[in-house]
Design a protein around this ligand. Structure first.
Ligand code: HEM
Length: 292
């Protein structure tokens, strides 16, 4: 009898070849699984057949191991079927307010949680935001560079780095006659926290890494555009420019994050997801500086 590799540890129901199913075709197998309640009508079903055979050529009494893919996993942890980044994204999107993003679910409580068109930013406040953001990116990028945990080394020179671009922006403000402030409490506190996590808690650190860079590439860019319209005469800062194709860069980083998380236990993954709220809290405090 052919042997079949387990499809996934979480789908123990299907881990062992189950004898006795007479399944002459793929569609018969799917119907069987649907009518027995193993999968819903909309779930996609994958079959594992020995590499040497195709399903259709298998003997009638072949043992077929089937597993639902997307749906089974989705029921356990939203996004799980697509990879861990999707799980992180799901948690993050729920922490937005409805005014910030259409998937958001949180109530607006703080000024920076309102829709950006309602903001009344000031140049001085925006400068404080850029200075504190730079401190956070400097810290993040120095940690990744020194890689106290080997997994961080994967994330060197991804193309998402913002520290150098922010340095150019601050230089530009200086040339315009503005005084560049020292970093303030929100940035200093967040940078210290990231340093603490970097050594002792790689899962939590990776959560911040993901949220900081991906938030900036999504909502961050919208913020940059709208604030520039209101107070910078549409000047596009370097902070919002990437070398090369941003969507490709983001995809490369998603792939790496997914790969790293494949080695984590479910508990470690959950620990990472639970850190999302802290990431929002710290980034929210820095964002609020725009309105200060
Ligand atoms: C004014 C504040 C914010 C606005 C307006 C905003 C808005 C958005 C929008 C429009 C998206 C894209 C949704 C989509 O894919 O359809 C997004 C994605 C995201 N935001 Fe925010 N956001 C804000 C703050 C934050 C903060 C503070 C964090 C966490 C630090 C964050 C983390 C994320 C993440 C991780 C994504 C997913 C990006 C991706 O799929 O590549 N956002 N945000």
């Amino acid at each position: 009898m052919a042997s079949f590799a387990p499809i996934s540890q979480s789908q123990s129901l299907f881990n062992k070849p189950r004898a006795g199913l007479i399944l002459p075709s793929r569609s018969a197998a799917v119907s069987h699984l649907q009518s027995s309640g193993f999968v819903s009508r909309t779930a996609s079903v994958q079959f594992r057949v020995p590499a040497s055979k195709t399903f259709d050529k298998m003997p009638q009494r072949a043992v077929v191991v089937a597993a639902t893919t997307a749906e089974k996993a989705q029921k356990r942890y939203p996004g799980e079927a697509k990879g861990f980044v999707e799980e992180m994204r799901f948690v993050a999107m729920k922490l937005h307010t409805r005014e910030q993003a259409k998937e958001g679910e949180k109530e607006v409580k703080k000024p920076e949680e309102q829709a950006i068109p309602k903001w009344e930013p000031t140049v001085d406040g925006y400068l404080r935001f850029l200075v504190d953001s730079k401190l956070v990116y400097d810290t993040l990028e120095a940690i990744v560079e020194s890689a106290p945990h080997s997994i961080y080394a994967e994330f060197k020179n991804t193309g998402l780095e913002r520290s150098g671009n922010l340095a150019k922006d601050l230089e530009w403000f200086k040339e315009q006659g503005y005084t560049i402030p020292e970093p303030s409490s929100p940035g200093v506190t967040y940078a210290e926290y990231l340093k603490e996590l970097a050594d002792k808690d790689p899962q939590a650190f990776i959560c911040h890494f993901y949220n900081i860079y991906f938030a900036h590439s999504a909502g961050g860019r919208m913020i940059g555009r709208k604030v520039a319209e209101k107070i910078l005469n549409n000047k596009e800062l370097e902070f919002y420019k990437w070398e090369g194709d941003l969507s490709q860069i983001l995809q490369n980083v998603r792939d790496k994050l997914n790969k790293v998380a494949e080695n984590w236990t479910r508990e470690e993954k959950n620990h990472c997801l639970e850190e999302t709220e802290k990431s929002f809290k710290h980034s929210g405090e820095i964002l609020r500086l725009v309105l200060s």
